[in-house]
Design a protein. Structure first.
Length: 105
């Protein structure tokens, strides 16, 4: 008897690969350059690698999907972000302020 396991359900959501975003736009008959020009920008290339809210919304609308589905890592819930990092501030005996980032699980 052969058993299979669907590992996709167990995996955390990851951002779409930049090539997948470009391909999906191409299937819709539009390019990043065309979207940028239509909305008054010179280019949108940066949206594929870094957070750029306005461009993400335009690309997501062109694809008919919410931006948080395309780039879930960029749209963590505010509570999750707050829990991910905290800053510990201490004052030394000499009066210097020391900041130290701590990660919580």
């Amino acid at each position: 008897m052969i058993m299979t396991m669907d590992t996709q359900k167990c995996m955390a959501q990851t951002d779409w690969h930049p090539a997948d975003v470009k391909a999906a736009l191409e299937k819709k008959g539009v390019s990043l350059r065309q979207l940028a020009k239509e909305h008054g920008y010179s280019h949108f290339q940066r949206v594929l690698s870094t957070h750029w809210w306005a461009a993400e919304q335009i690309v997501a609308k062109a694809l008919g999907k919410p931006a948080n589905e395309i780039w879930p890592s960029r749209y963590l819930a505010p509570r999750a972000k707050a829990q991910a990092r905290t800053v510990k501030i201490t004052v030394t005996s000499t009066g210097r302020i020391r900041k130290q980032q701590e990660r919580r699980a």
